[in-house]
Design a binder for this molecule. Sequence first.
Ligand code: PEP
Ligand code: MG
Length: 579
Amino acid sequence: MIRKTIQYSKKIPEQALDGIPSSPGLAFGRAFIISPDNIIIPDEKIDESRIQEELNRFHGALHDLEAELNFILSRVSFESYNVQTIIQADLLIVKDDIFNNTVKNTILSGYSSESAIIKEFDKQKSFFNLTDDRTLRERAAEIDHIKERLLSFLRKRNIYYPVDEQSVVVAQSLTPADLVHFREAGIKGIITEVGGITSHASILARSFEIPAVIGVTNATEMIEHDSPLIIDGYYGKIFCNPKQKTIIEYQLRKSKEDLHRTELRDLVKLASKTIDGREIKLYANIDFMEDIETSIQVASEGIGLVRTENMIINLKHYPNEEEQYNWYCELADRIYPASVTIRVFDIGSDKYSEGILHHENNPALGLRGIRFLLSRPDIFETQIRAILRASRNKNIKMMIPMITHKSEADRAIQLIEKNKKELKAKHISFDEDISVGLMIETPAAALIADKLANIASFFSIGTNDLAQYTLAADRTNEMVSDIYNPLHPSVLQLIKLSVEAAQKYHLPVSICGELAGHAGATALLVGLGVDELSVSPSILLELKHRIRSINYKDSVRIAQAALQCTSYDEVRELLNIKN
Ligand code: PEP
Ligand code: MG
C-alpha cells in the first residue's frame, strides 16, 4: 500500500519507462538516485565509528589500483617505453607513503575516503601547477588521473547510502554488498541501468523479495531524485509521478498479489508430484541464514544450495574455521532433519569481495570456484574441516563449483579424504559418508558428465553459468542479454547429457540455477528427467503449484520436442513463453 507520506503531484506528468523484469513484485516508493556524481561529496564528514571502515576502503582502492597498474605494466613493457615510464611514475605516486599518510590523516580527522582523496589530491595538484618545472606541471594531469581511478575503485566498494523504507534505489549497477545493505534498510525496490537477470545482484534481489527492474537505459538521468515511483518487477515497468488512474490500477493488482500469496500457503502441506505421480523434490537456495526461516515455512525438502562465498563478501575477509563451523552448524541444526547442501566458496568472477582477490582481466574465465580453492589449499582445507565437523548429525552435503577438469574433482575429493583421516585421528566426530556432489556448470563438465558421475554422489546443474559459458555471453551484461538464454537448445542438450550420465550411475540430479524457477520451463525440466529443483524459497510454492498441474508423460514429449529445436525462438514458441 502507498504510505500517506507519498504525495503524488498532479502537475508533473506521468512518465513510463521499460526495462527487464529481474525480481517479481510490485512496489510504491520514492526514487533514491545513485549516480557517480552524487557519490562524491567533497566535504563529507563522517562519524568516528566509520573511520576504520573508511581507512579500509582507501587501502582497498590503493591495492586495486596498484594491481591494475602492474597489470597494465606487464602488458605494455614491450610496446612503449613512454607508456611504461608514465605507469611507473603513477605507481610511485600510488606507493608514496608520505602522500598516502596525508590522505589517511584526513580520514582520521573525520572525512570520508572520497572527500579525503579529493582534498589531498587537489592540494597536490595545485602545488605541481604552481611550480616552474614543466615536468612537475605535467604530473598534475597524472594526479587527476590517479584520483579518478581511485574514486572509481571506491565506487565499486561498499558505500553508505542513506536509503530508507520508502526508497526505490535507482543506480547504474549494484554489487551484492550494496544489496545486503539495502535489504537491511528495508528499501522498496531497485532499478538499474545495467546488469543481467542472473547477475548475483539480481539473484539477491529475488531472494530478498525486493522487486527489481534492470536494463533501464539512462534511468539515473531520466528519473528525478525523490520523485514518486511505481515499480512492476513482473513486467519490467516503471511509472514516475504516476497519475491517479495508474495508482489505483496498481493498488488493485497489489491486493490481488497479496491474496495469491495467501492462497499459495495452502500448498505447503501438499506433495510435490505431477498429476501422474512423479515426485520432484523441491529445495531452497539460500544466501543468508535468515532465508532458512522462509525455506522452513514453505516446507522445502531442505537447502539445495548455500552460496558460502556470501560469508566472505559480508565479512570482507576469509572466515576462520570456528566462524565457519558455527555458521554451518547453525544452518544444519535449524533445517534438521532435512539436509543442507553447502557449496564450497565460489569466489571470483562477479562474486568479488573487497581486497580478497587479485585483479583479473577476464575474471569469469579466471581463477574462480574450485580453481581458486585448489590454488589456496589453506583456505580450501579450512572450509573442508569446518564443513566436516559440522556434519556430525549427517544432514550436510558438500558441493564443488566450477568443475572443468576431472582432476579438479579428484583433487578436491583427495583433500576431503585427507581431512577426514586427520579428524578421525583426533577422534572428532563427523559424517564419514558425507555426500560430495559436483556442479555441472561448464560445457566441459557436461560433456564429461559420465566420467564425473563415476566419482560424485550427486550432480547439481548450475544453469546460470552453464548458459554463460555455452553461449559465450556474460550473465551480468545486459548488452548480450538476448544472446544469454538458458533455454537455448545447446544448453538443453548439455542438461540432457548430464541427466543421462547421472541416471546411468543412479545419482540424484538437480538444477539449482535460475532456470529451475522459470515459469515456462517446469514441464521441460521435469521431462528432461531432473529429480530435484532448487530455487529461491520465495518462489518455491509457485513452482510446486506448476508441478502439481503437469503430467509427467506430457512433459517427456515436450522435452523431446525441445531437444529437436534449432533456436531459442522455437523453444520459446513450444513452451508458450511470451518474451
Ligand atoms: C549457477 O551457475 O547456475 C549457480 C547456481 O551458481 P551461481 O549462480 O552461484 O554461480
Ligand atoms: Mg555458478
